[in-house]
Design a protein around this ligand. Structure first.
Ligand code: ADP
Ligand code: ASP
Ligand code: MG
Length: 459
């Protein structure tokens, strides 16, 4: 094996929520320096609020001048001398070039969004250089190979691995810290793509996989993964350790702290992800790994997907008729809608599932077209829609071996006067999901949080 290929770096990602000001960027630089001289790859998100601002600009209602000022402010505060001049010119050029095409496509939108990460990573690399650290900015376009699903691209793991090892291997061997913009990739023919909101987490795990890293640190504005969303459950606590499957389930079910696809590149590889507090670099945060710990805590955390609609296909004609479920989901797929949760009554009398509120009407129309004949004949009653619901997931590997979890959940909800609209349980019993009226979503999370005494950090 070549020397370059045998170097195993740490991967550190700094999230946008943490990078709000020039001081914050300087603090991130100090975290990187504290981890030197070991080999390191640094992934950087756009500064706080920048991706949202760029989306507004793409929609022609954004404030380009304000965004330019924000980046110039950071450049002026962080740098001195010739470096300062260079960076001010770099920021100015990036905004001079920023033209919104008259006809916006997902591809041109990605091109605009990519600038947030390109700018912050350039600033970050320059700040490390100014601190005397050997550093190189590497464009994500040369590393992360994706398909052409603009706005939500999937990485080609093998292609990415080849590109990453070729480009970063040599730099790591020379002891250079590489700084890579998160969130961005490119198709094999070089068109810029983005990996979906929050995608810098995924960039970090893709790089970790390719470089066989043993640890990825995701520096966030929270103390770790908490037992629930702290904006909804104020007394949520840090979970010291999560199994990869538990974390994946929480991320999939709406825990914003981790991109829903960020754990996919890890596969069965022994790579630990740490969610670490930016404000407190000495704290351990949350470890996400293949270990199974905290057996005394069958439920580790809750997460919630708000703004869902429940669609139900019901009718006697569904009894024992093969292919109804396949046709149902085919119809939803054809409408380009993704299903977040499925629950089927054992009588096969109904199939019920939730979809994002904004796409529910489209899904219902497609279902009605698919089942028009059955509806006309009265075999299927129709497609009911209940909008404005929230799906809450109760997650923990220990649930499978612990009786009474569902009973506790439903008692807590009924004691709080909250009606359960639908239930789903994964066959792995890793996740029990309840659907409630969206207006009661926050109260339901607080009631469930209290019922399971989710206070892991306090023990
Ligand atoms: P980044 O800066 O890396 O992009 P995010 O803003 O995407 O970080 O994720 C951190 C945010 O996730 C927190 O500020 C918090 O409001 C939210 N969050 C939601 N659920 C949880 C949870 N269970 N644990 C921690 N944070 C959570
Ligand atoms: N800047 C992007 C976003 O806001 C990606 C990220 O932060 O991870 O979604
Ligand atoms: Mg994020």
């Amino acid at each position: 094996m070549s020397r370059a290929a045998s170097i195993v770096p740490e991967v550190h990602k700094f999230g946008g929520a943490s990078l709000a000001t020039a001081e914050a960027m300087a603090h991130a630089v100090s975290i990187v320096l504290a981890h030197r001289p070991g080999p390191m790859v640094v992934v950087v998100s756009a500064l706080a609020g920048v991706t949202d601002a760029l989306l507004d600009i793409a929609a022609s209602r954004g404030d380009v001048r304000g965004l330019r000022r924000k980046h110039l402010g950071v450049a002026r505060a962080l740098f001195t001398g010739a470096r300062r001049k260079d960076l001010i010119r770099f920021v100015d050029e990036a905004f001079d070039e920023l033209k919104v095409p008259r006809k916006l496509t997902p591809g041109t939108t990605d091109d605009i969004l990519a600038r947030g990460e390109q700018l912050s990573a350039r600033l970050f690399a320059a700040a490390l250089e100014q601190a005397g650290c050997p550093v190189e900015y590497v464009s994500a376009v040369d590393l992360i190979v994706t398909d052409d699903t603009f706005g939500q691209a999937s990485a080609d793991l093998a292609g990415t691995e080849r590109a990453v090892r070729k480009t970063l291997g040599r730099l790591l061997a020379r002891g250079v810290v590489t700084v890579v913009p998160g969130f961005i990739g490119a198709t094999p023919d070089g068109q810029i793509t983005t990996l979906g909101r929050g995608g810098s987490d995924l960039t970090a795990t893709l790089l970790a996989r390719a470089l066989r890293a043993r640890e990825v640190s995701l520096w966030k504005d929270v103390p770790g993964v908490l037992t629930a969303d702290p904006r909804v459950v104020p007394d949520a606590h840090v979970v010291p350790q999560l199994h990869v499957r538990e974390a994946a389930e929480l991320a999939y079910y709406g825990a914003k702290v981790l991109h829903p696809r960020a754990l996919i590149p890890l596969g069965k590889r022994n790579i630990a992800v740490r969610i670490r507090p930016f404000a407190n670099p000495d704290s351990k945060g949350t470890e996400i790994s293949q270990r199974r710990t905290l057996r005394g805590h069958p439920v580790k955390a809750l997460s919630a997907i708000p703004a869902q609609a429940l669609l139900t296909v019901t009718g006697n004609g569904m009894l024992g008729v093969p292919g109804i479920a396949a046709r149902t989901f085919e119809a939803v797929h054809r409408a380009g809608v993704s299903v977040s949760l499925i629950s089927q009554a054992s009588s096969e009398h109904s199939i019920c599932f939730s979809v994002p509120s904004g796409s529910a009407a489209r899904a219902r129309k497609s279902l009605r077209e698919t089942f028009r004949r059955e509806i006309d004949r009265g075999e299927i009653d129709g497609v009911e829609m209940q909008a404005g619901v929230a799906a809450i997931a109760i997650v923990g590997l220990g649930m499978a071996a612990t009786p009474g979890i569902a009973a506790r959940a439903f008692t807590a909800l009924s004691d709080a006067g909250i009606n359960v609209v639908a239930i789903a349980q994964g066959s792995s019993e890793l996740n029990l999901s309840v659907v409630v009226d969206g207006r009661e979503g926050a109260a339901a999370q607080r009631a469930l949080h209290a019922a399971f005494h989710l206070q892991l950090a306090k023990g």
